[in-house]
Design a protein around this ligand. Structure first.
Ligand code: LMR
Length: 408
């Protein structure tokens, strides 16, 4: 029947991108979507990605055949190594199953689908606990596969930092064996990460309740500029003996947004039959993958694999990562500095305390709307700004605009 399909609202983030593109003002500033921009507000193709692209294009053997169901092995194995480290006991003990996915979104989805089918206690699905707030897409990805969702406190409104006590209390109160979604680094949308000590506390509560960690990592190396540091939480949880899963995106840290290069990893807990468990999990993931996408797209994975498997290119990639994270840190300092110089009411230290692509400014929905209507500055209505949208030419304009809306 015609009424069976109601009109759905437009995706807020992609709607924002469309509105920005349609705006003809020469002052317009895009602080919406989480995609890196250079100091000229232009997309940045990483120099190392250009090199890898050239190597691939000059390869006379290159073809467009299907990948295996689990993806490009030189990509998935290095993707796992990047997260787990070179001397990972989990890898040595064959406790890791990796499947190439349609970027991070596809990895979260594959994990959600897998858990919806197999992670049942007494026949019932477990609830997935998401941070409040979280990346908007998390809600619908888990809901779409029929997993119930709930939230745990995360952002502390007054300090604009982590509500560690609220978070730990909620994790302790959640039913045993709940699924807990954790952002490995550079939390989206808040830019607030637990300290190493706070990660230990979180792991302790989760262990006591036998919770199941579901890591989402989209900013390794992009957050701090240090690949190992940004994988610290994941490595710690694995060392603590958790069975867990990881959704990994290469969109941001390789600038491969539209190429959709990502990976899903299952890591089993240390046990005599752990390698068997992992093999069985891999076999089920292959069935899910085949029925959904058959096999993953090849080009982005080839680019990443070319870089990850070559020592010189890998070093250059790390340099490129430091360029991106370094420029973002400079912009954090500049925005905070300008706001403090202007004496804008409120405190602004959170802008430099937060990390990664985003800052959760604390601006209200009304202030965000005013920034858009009066100043042509675009950000999501929760007050999140994509730091990469700032540059030396517009940071003062943005600071003055924020100052103006905060005072009205
Ligand atoms: C964002 O949050 O802006 C990015 O992760 C892009 C997306 O897909 O939502």
């Amino acid at each position: 029947p015609p009424e069976a399909v109601p009109q759905a609202p437009e995706d807020p983030l992609f709607g924002l991108m469309r509105a920005y593109k349609a705006d003809t003002s020469s002052n317009k500033v895009d602080l919406g979507i989480g995609a890196y921009r250079d100091n000229n507000a232009k997309p940045w193709v990483l120099p190392v990605v250009k090199k890898a692209d050239e190597i691939l294009r000059n390869d006379p053997e290159l073809n467009h055949e299907y990948l295996p169901i689990a993806g490009l092995a030189p990509f998935t194995s290095k993707a796992a190594e990047l997260l787990l480290g070179q001397s990972s006991a989990a890898s040595a003990e064959k406790r890791v199953a990796s499947v190439q996915t349609i970027s991070g979104t596809g990895a979260v989805h594959l994990g959600a689908l897998f858990l919806a089918k197999f992670y049942k206690v007494n026949g019932a699905n477990r609830t997935v606990y998401l941070s409040n707030p979280t990346w908007a897409n998390h809600n619908q990805i888990f809901t779409n596969v029929g997993l119930p969702i709930a939230t745990y406190p995360y952002f502390h409104k007054e300090t604009k930092g982590l509500d560690i006590e609220g978070m730990k209390r909620a994790l302790a109160d959640a039913p045993e064996r709940s699924i807990i979604l954790l952002h490995a680094c550079a939390h989206n949308p808040t830019g607030v990460d637990p300290s190493p000590e706070q990660w230990r506390e979180i792991a302790e509560v989760m262990k006591a309740k036998q919770h199941f960690p579901f890591f989402d990592t989209a900013y390794q190396g992009f957050a701090s500029g240090d690949l190992d540091r940004d994988a610290g939480a994941i490595r710690y949880f694995i060392e603590q003996g958790f069975e867990l899963v990881i959704a990994q995106s290469f969109a941001k840290n390789f600038g491969l947004y539209g190429e959709r290069a990502g990976c899903f990893h299952f890591v089993s807990a240390p046990a005599p039959d752990a390698a068997d468990v992992t093999t069985r999990v891999a076999s089920q993931l292959a069935i899910l993958q085949r029925s959904e996408i058959s096999n993953p797209p090849i080009y982005g994975a080839r680019i990443a694999a070319t870089v990850l498997n070559d020592a010189a290119l890998f070093a250059e990639w790390q340099e490129n990562l430091r360029t991106m994270s370094g420029r973002i840190i400079t912009m954090r300092e500049a925005l905070r500095g300008k706001l403090e110089e202007l004496g804008t009411p409120g405190t602004w230290n959170h802008i430099t305390d937060q990390i990664g692509m985003f800052s959760f400014t604390g601006l209200t929905e009304a202030q965000v709307a005013k920034l858009r209507s009066d100043f042509h500055i675009y950000m999501t209505k929760n007050g999140r700004i994509s730091m990469a949208g700032l540059n030396t030419s517009n940071v003062e304009y943005v600071a003055k605009a924020i100052d103006s809306v905060v005072r009205t």
